[in-house]
Design a protein around this ligand. Structure first.
Ligand SMILES: Cc1cc2nc3c(=O)[nH]c(=O)nc-3n(C[C@H](O)[C@H](O)[C@H](O)COP(=O)(O)OP(=O)(O)OC[C@H]3O[C@@H](n4cnc5c(N)ncnc54)[C@H](O)[C@@H]3O)c2cc1C
Length: 377
């Protein structure tokens, strides 16, 4: 038999956890389901922009108390050139394992029912129901889809018409290094980039994003080729492939969800996928989760269509600018131009960093949620 539940959030990354916290704080019944049973480092650079830090604070998560390392400068390394640019505000580096655990714990403390190790196999958007591997089902008043890069049967992203194949991402842990203190270091190379920063335990998080066509000869050949193009990165990697790394295929940068149906809110990477070199994916995930929850609390399931449409419009410019930067940096000509321009006018880097942000209204989760008209559950 199908049990009726008020709000279902599928995926416990930043988007799903933010939505669950906002809903639970307002007194709504919410179930947050994540397929991972424990702490996990997904493919992510771990860069928390100032907007992400503020959004976390609003949700009651103190990144600094979790050990996040402050970042004040961007170091760009490309084709033998180095540049160091100030960031407009203080950012931070934190592992996703720590961040996601803190967010899910916060959701549980706020009153959400958090189920870990619970993989959702498929969804039926018309019935707003989800199905598990064991055949069990849950139906809800609303469905918040927050599975990140992963597609859910019944709600897979529509990628028809995209000319570029999705990119591939890798993440590994490297030994820390004192010269990474206060810095996010980005190495630009053909078809992608690598980012490095210090995380809370003093190790370095290495994350790469690469065009899929560079993978034709396999991962070891790709890493060797990248190290040959980026000798400074090769030194950081001690000239060899990291012994273990996480990988993800199918990252559709620039994609935005179109229209929705009543009760379905696509949040985080399921709503809009910003190029990772902008370092804004976590902030967007947090903002979209919170703002979708607030829309639902105000207007119920019918608010989904309007919210999704508004989020699509709001994310257009930041995603377009991030795409222009990504494509520009991926080839030698554009990369050379970018490095020359930034060398002459470092302020342009600050502007670019600001223009890729989706700022959310600073409503303060608890206050705005308690003003809600719709009282589910
Ligand atoms: C190479 C790379 C580097 C990046 N670096 C940065 C960075 O430094 N800073 C930044 O801000 N952004 C970065 N991003 C982007 C950022 O990682 C994402 O935008 C962000 O994680 C999106 O959050 P989310 O909650 O939507 O999804 P995710 O963080 O992917 O979370 C999705 C959750 O859903 C769960 N899940 C998936 N499928 C199911 C299922 N079927 N059932 C139940 N649970 C499920 C997963 O276990 C996971 O916990 C990077 C992205 C890439 C590809």
């Amino acid at each position: 038999m199908t049990a009726r539940l008020p709000a279902l959030v599928v995926g416990g990354g930043p988007a799903g956890a933010a939505a669950a916290i906002a809903l639970a704080r307002a007194g709504a019944q919410v179930h947050l389901l994540d397929r991972r049973s424990g702490p996990h480092d997904g493919v992510c650079g771990g860069f928390l922009g100032w907007d992400a830090l503020a959004a976390l604070g609003d949700l009651g998560v103190d990144a600094v108390a979790l050990g996040a390392r402050p970042i004040r400068r961007l170091r760009l390394v490309a084709d033998g050139r180095h540049l160091e640019l100030p960031l407009p505000h203080v950012a931070a580096g934190l592992s996703r394992r720590t961040l996601d655990e803190a967010l899910m714990a916060r959701a549980a403390r706020a009153g959400a029912v958090v189920q870990r190790g619970r993989a959702v196999r498929a969804a039926d958007p018309a019935a707003r129901s989800i199905r598990f591997d064991d055949g069990g089902q849950l139906a809800g008043d609303a469905l918040f889809l927050a599975t990140g890069k992963h597609e859910l049967r019944g709600l897979a992203r529509d990628l028809t018409g995209r000319r570029e194949p999705p990119c591939v991402g890798f993440r590994a842990t490297l030994p820390g290094s004192a010269d990474l203190t206060g810095v996010i270091e980005m190495h630009l190379f053909d078809g992608g980039y690598a980012g490095l920063l210090l995380q809370e335990d003093g190790t370095a998080n290495l994350c790469l994003s690469v065009a899929r066509d560079r993978l034709s000869d396999g991962v070891p050949a790709l890493m060797q080729a990248i190290m040959a193009e980026a000798p400074h990165l090769a030194r950081r990697m001690a000239g060899k492939m990291p012994p273990s790394f996480e990988a993800i295929a199918g990252v559709p940068y620039g994609w935005r969800a179109a229209a929705s149906v009543p009760g379905l809110f696509r949040i985080g990477d399921q709503g809009a996928v910003i190029a990772s070199l902008a370092g804004d994916g976590i902030a967007i995930a947090l903002h979209s989760g919170t703002s979708a929850a607030q829309a639902y609390l105000r207007g119920g399931p019918q608010a989904a269509m309007g919210w999704q449409d508004q989020w699509r419009r709001r994310s257009r410019r930041p995603l377009a600018i991030a795409e222009a930067l990504r494509h520009g940096a991926a080839g030698p000509w554009g990369r050379g131009l970018l490095m020359r321009l930034l060398g002459l006018m470092p302020g342009l880097g600050v502007q670019a960093a600001l223009l890729t942000r989706i700022s959310a209204p600073r409503t303060g989760g608890r206050k705005s949620a308690s003003r809600s008209a719709h009282r589910p559950g």
